[in-house]
Design a protein. Structure first.
Length: 300
């Protein structure tokens, strides 16, 4: 079987669009048959080179042994033509544990999207978007949107950085005062996560590190702003900004707090242990800050 020296040029030269379209379709089918047959012969030669072992040939090609049989026309499920189009390949997993882990990762990522979706939809509705507008932008059913915004909605307010910084210190205080290691861990990890979200430097205790003595006193006050900045850059910090995911750094502080609240509460379920109680307490504190722009006045 042969092809013209310049089939594309010959087809493009046809003046009538309908004839040109039919010719192009016929040429595509011919090419598919031609290269499909070449592919089949190459696969057959590879199998023969491996002594008839389909599995070895399949591994070399990166396809399944069953697919090799289909290409050679030896399996019942062989395609109607040798040049049949493949479907999207399945992901490769080395074993069942890897597949299980991947599905669990997907489920966690999907749940995080839902955790972010709910306050986003409520906020959009309170900002004035209609349920139909939200549906067009999210593909959510109207029933879901109405469920998410049913009843009274507490609207988040703008919170100053100083309040979030005070909350980091507050969580460190709660961790120090906690009666159990589990509760202390919940408070300290929440404080460090919040510090990472707002870009706050904290030490191992979860608090802002103490200022270097050189950054206080009469000599410090006598320095110009530029000199203060240059000196501050040379002094040891005594802490760091806790790491957070790249995606979380793109969230606003309020969006991060909303997501973290949902994750804290979802992680507790019906658990009544000390860590679960502390996690629910952390969520309540963050929610109070989002609504009132201030720390809750908690009893000692």
């Amino acid at each position: 079987m042969s092809t013209p020296a310049d089939p594309a040029g010959a087809i493009s030269a046809i003046g009538d669009p309908a004839r040109r379209a039919r010719a192009a379709k016929a040429a595509a089918e011919d090419a598919s048959r031609l290269y499909g047959e070449l592919y089949r012969k190459a696969v057959k030669a590879l199998v023969e080179a491996h002594g008839g072992n389909r599995s070895k040939a399949a591994r070399e090609l990166g396809i399944s042994s069953q697919r090799v049989g289909q290409i050679l026309g030896e399996d019942d499920a062989s395609p109607s033509t040798a040049g049949a189009t493949y479907g999207e390949p399945a992901l490769y997993f080395g074993d069942e544990d890897a597949a299980d882990a991947a599905l669990r990762d997907w489920a966690l990522a999907n749940q995080e999207l839902i955790d972010r979706r709910d306050p986003l939809v409520r906020g959009a509705r309170m900002a004035g978007l209609s349920p139909r507008q939200i549906r067009e932008l999210t593909d959510l059913p109207l029933e879901t949107i109405e469920r998410l915004v049913a009843g009274d909605i507490a609207v988040a307010v703008e919170v100053e950085l100083e309040v979030w910084e005070a909350a980091v210190e507050h969580f460190a205080d709660l961790a120090d005062a906690a009666a159990t290691h589990e509760a202390a861990y919940a408070y300290r990890s929440t404080g460090r996560a919040l510090a990472g979200a707002i870009g706050m430097v904290v030490d191992e205790s979860g608090r802002a590190p103490a200022l270097d003595p050189a950054m206080s006193g009469p000599q410090w006050e006598a320095l110009s702003p530029q000199a203060k900045a240059e000196l501050a850059m040379t002094l040891p910090v005594g802490g760091d900004v806790p790491e957070t995911s790249g995606e979380h750094t793109l969230l606003s502080w309020d969006a991060w707090a909303a997501l973290y609240c949902a994750q804290l509460e979802r992680g507790t379920d019906a658990d009544t242990g000390p860590m679960a109680e502390a996690m629910r307490h952390c969520a309540a504190i963050l929610r109070h800050i989002r609504i009132h722009a201030a720390l809750p006045q908690e009893k000692g």
